[in-house]
Design a protein around this ligand. Structure first.
Ligand code: HEC
Length: 155
């Protein structure tokens, strides 16, 4: 008997919570995550700033927070929605470090075009990279970035 009462109560409690959530929802949450992203982010610059970038979640979080400091108009909920959207749709990919161009490398890692060019130059001067150790010899390439992305490099 006790068991049955509990069984009925739990869903009712959930239902009450759901009702509250529905009432508390601001109008703008009718948007899809993509629409939230477009509303907030395609403002000062276009998609070209984002297209081709493949960051891990923490880096998207930092990037979005930086944009908010720069003036992007996003509520706390918007920030979370956008970070989730970007983490899912612009996630890290494999880095073919022996064949990618400098422009491609720059999109794969949080590095400048100068550093990306240094990677390509090093490859041209010394032959293909064979391991992470080789990457750590490149001038200006922060070893912390190499380490954080070590599982993504394909040799
Ligand atoms: C208030 C204006 C503004 C808004 C809104 C804005 N940005 Fe930016 N964003 C900038 C500026 C300024 C730069 C720097 C441009 C440069 O470096 O040439 C930039 C650069 C970037 C870059 C490239 C540099 C990096 O850190 O990787 C990315 C990616 C980016 N923005 C993503 C976003 C995303 C995602 C949003 C939505 C949350 C957004 N931006 C909204 C102003 C804005």
């Amino acid at each position: 008997m006790n068991f049955r009462v509990t069984g009925v109560r739990a869903p009712a409690g959930v239902l009450v919570l759901l009702c509250f959530a529905a009432v508390a929802r601001p109008q703008s949450n009718d948007e899809t995550p993509k629409q939230t992203f477009q509303r907030v982010c395609i403002d000062c610059h276009g998609m070209e700033m984002i297209e081709g970038k493949h960051y891990r979640r923490e880096l998207w979080q930092q990037t979005v927070e930086q944009m908010v400091r720069r003036g992007a108009r996003a509520s706390g909920d918007d920030v979370q929605t956008i970070v989730d959207y970007l983490a899912a749709n612009y996630a890290p990919t494999r880095i073919h470090v022996n064949s990618e161009s400098a422009a491609e490398l720059q999109l794969d890692l949080p590095i400048t075009l100068d550093t990306a060019s240094a990677i390509v130059r090093y490859r041209q001067d010394h032959g293909d990279f064979k391991s992470i150790d080789d990457l750590e010899k490149i001038p200006n390439l922060n070893p912390a970035i190499v380490k954080e992305n070590q599982d993504r490099f394909v040799f």
